[in-house]
Design a protein around this ligand. Sequence first.
Ligand code: KVW
Length: 839
Amino acid sequence: MIFEPLATSQPVPELTEFPSLGMTSHDLAVDFRRHFSITLGRDRFCMSRHYPYSALALVLRDRVMERWKHTREAYQQSDCRRAHYMSLEFLMGRALGNAMLNLGVEDEATAAVAEYGIDLEEIAEAEHDAGLGNGGLGRLAACFLDSCATLQLPVIGYGIRYEYGMFRQKIENGHQVEEPDHWLRNGNPWELERPEFMQRVKFGGRTEYYQDDHGVGHHRWVGTQDVLAVPYDVPVPGYKNGTVNTLRLWSAAATDEFDLDEFNAGDYSESVAAKNDAEHISMVLYPNDSSENGKELRLKQQYFLASASLQDVLRRWIRDHGKDFRTFADKNCFQLNDTHPTIAIAELMRQLLDEQRMDWDRAWGIVSRTMAYTNHTLLPEALERWPVRMFARLLPRLLEIIYEINARFLSEVARRWPGDTERLARMSIIEEGDEPQVRMAYLAIVGSYSINGVAELHSTLLKQGLFRDFYELWPQKFNNKTNGVTQRRWLAWCNGRQSELINSVIGDEWVVDLDQLARLLPFVEDAAFRARWREVKRANKARLATLVKSDCGVDFGLDAMFDVQVKRIHEYKRQLLNILHVIHLYDRIKRGDTDNWTPRCVLIGGKAAPGYAMAKRIIKLVNNVAQMVNSDDDVGHLLKVAFLPNYRVTAMEIICPGSDLSEQISTAGKEASGTGNMKFMMNGAVTIGTLDGANIEIREAVGEDNFFLFGLTADQVSELRGHYDPNAIIEQDGDLRRVMQLLESGHFNQFEPGLFDDIIQAIRSPHDPWLVAADFRSYIDAQQRAAEAYRDQDGWTRLSILNVAASGRFSTDRTMAEYNSEIWRLASVIPLEPSDELV
Ligand code: KVW
């Protein structure tokens, strides 16, 4: 094997040590030229954006690389406890700017490429987003990694290197069209292939019982079809601290034997098919946000991630500690990002039982002291259940283990509540019925020492509702960890103007200590500061307006209020409520009800899951309304509407700095947390929102006068079920009645009859789970209050500053510090800085 250690001699240590690389603009410029001409072998005919981008990426990568090695060395030498963040999604976005910011060489890099007449902003556009996630859950994982590196915590991300990330969204005739996202096509300088750490993952086959040489019984999993997992490491730099953590992404490859067996049997095309089959596992990200569709390939992806990652952790453990697992649980823990990687609980049992021949109780002792589970949603359609039959076929040994976990768990329940058979059925990991299912959330709860929700309300609702039985059994396992976002990307990087203005009055410590933003409070009273704040916002709005013009062809005037809702399209998020408000404003304009009007530019963006018909229809409605409103001369500058195609991390970096009003309008009790709400707040937008998810904590932090609240509470929402009468509400509310008349008359679909019938029906249905009509009046009134507040520009500027000043709590630095002090209990590890080794 080519990855065996050298047999003849071992290289001298100097091979792996390297004099530290210079960080001045001159040093960067020299290396930039070398990478462009020599590493990439380009000449003056290769002046597309791509090659200068690649050369600069290599310059930064070199500098990241030396810190990365030092960090690995420091972790290795300190033999520290580590956390492993297991997630099917990591929505990293672009890496170049992030590397420059964290290495502290933004100005130097700009100057370095400028020496060759190149504009850094222009070449940065050549980088493709790493879109390995759907939305909030995937981006949260990326923000977590950023904060862990900055806090110098030994946390490793484990995920899948999808060949195709989140689809690219185009809009054709107002409809969403999906295109594959082949993000690796032009190569990826931000990954390092590690074939030496390849693992083998089994599928299918059957289980056998056997006795070892000592007569002890064991199980083995045989007759399997195996897939290779090849790791690719992505560096995660901390902020100016010498730490570079690792995100390890697994790519699926066919095993050699797999090919050869079939090939020798004479069936060439079968052998190629098998190879394809294996490589399909990491081919594409499932584009469903908060809903599960029970596809076999998805379960394969989940097991592939869990098995490869755990084998990797055990490989390292055995390399460093031999087969003594007594301190394994003291040195390792695993955070499960939703139930997606939960099969890890059964897989770690399998590896300890079958591969390490440990007995059940010792193995379970390790598993149940190392696994921690984060729940991200209460929506029933998002709760993962896998058919037992599928499990039996794909992962027979894991199903046996799950049955055993369940049997032992249910006997504990029976001891605690003797005779309560209903409770046993309710709590069983296996849901009985015509098609029995494995309930992954219950497996996660039974196997974990910590279970957390992602905002105060969400965690409370988990304990009172969905997981009530489990909370009664194990109250000590449950806790809350309110989400956050990293201020490095979501303020320092994406909003240079606002950052500089903040720095000019309170310094830049907020970059690593976001609570420092509270020191902006006194400046709310400073008229000159408010004027500068307003200029910053206006410049950021101009940048956003340019994007809207180029991507939507719509003119946004800078004096109007920029009213923005960007997030996945889902009925519970109620983009529909937003568009009903737009129709209401349009109706007012058409009726001449425009005294004291506040001009508005409404921006909506987001992707719909390709199979989610209603979400796609809502996109079409937004586009049709936009078309009608924008082309009506009566409307003019009073109202503009645009749907921004292909919403993604890189778009949000321009959107949130240029927004005035942040739409966070989900039906109360449905949005577990939300994280876009925090990005907008940090960038000086004011929120209009319901008492849902982290909105509640945002409102508490900023003060009720500085937040436009509307809508039913979560309690009122559940109380209304059963006697909700939207038709009566529509009848009684003149504004809503006229909005429905416009919709129902086909005003927005004159050449597409019946197009919006499903939407109309949903609004009028007494079973509408999202209660759009119920919150309409309260929403319209809150929008009116926002519009009036906006007319007082100076007053609005105060609101804007107050929001930023109160956003300190919503840093993932705080979130990670809480995970660490209450769940992971890691000590931070400080690596050598590159220059240290010369001393
Ligand atoms: C499957 C999700 C991708 C595939 C959630 S809940 C479930 C999923 C399911 C994603 N995503 C979102 O997680 C965010 C991070 O905690 C929350 O802010 C958000 O409220 C929630 O909907």
